[in-house]
Design a protein. Structure first.
Length: 145
């Protein structure tokens, strides 16, 4: 078995390069730039960066941006940021042709955003986000011709 990457506290890390869909590439391969593990964006920075990544068809990397915010946000906002990250992972599963994983993550993300409620969400339309997650989950369940 090959040795795993570990941080200074012994936690597993995956330093391998990744493709645009977030799939690990062989060591030494040229991947796309990644979000640093210690990225701690403001809400505005996270929203702007994730929007650019989603527009570019890179939901895995948008998930990493939302995850960075989720790790540093106030406790009261965790459900919002974690839900957005999970929806992005669900979209990643769709790109990877994994409808089962997509449905599970889209549903989890939708539930987290719903549990966040109607609190201020930095201009994010949380109702539209949960509707979009539902539509994508439905799309993932439909058979392909």
């Amino acid at each position: 078995m090959s040795p795993r990457d570990r941080d200074e506290s012994g936690r597993a890390r995956n330093a391998r390069p990744r493709d645009e869909f977030g799939r690990p590439l062989p060591r030494g391969a040229q991947g796309v730039p990644r979000v640093p593990d210690d990225y701690a964006p403001s809400a505005a920075e996270a929203i702007a960066e994730a929007a650019l990544l989603l527009d570019a068809g890179r939901p895995f990397h948008a998930h990493e941006v939302f995850e960075g915010r989720w790790k540093c946000c106030p406790q009261a906002e965790r459900e919002l940021w974690q839900g957005l990250a999970q929806i992005c992972v669900g979209l990643t599963h769709l790109q990877r042709d994994n409808p089962r994983g997509a449905t599970a993550l889209l549903e989890r993300g939708r539930a987290r955003i719903r549990s966040y409620g109607s609190r201020p969400a930095y201009g994010i339309d949380t109702e539209a986000a949960t509707t979009a997650a539902t539509i994508e989950a439905l799309r993932a369940c439909l058979p392909r011709p």
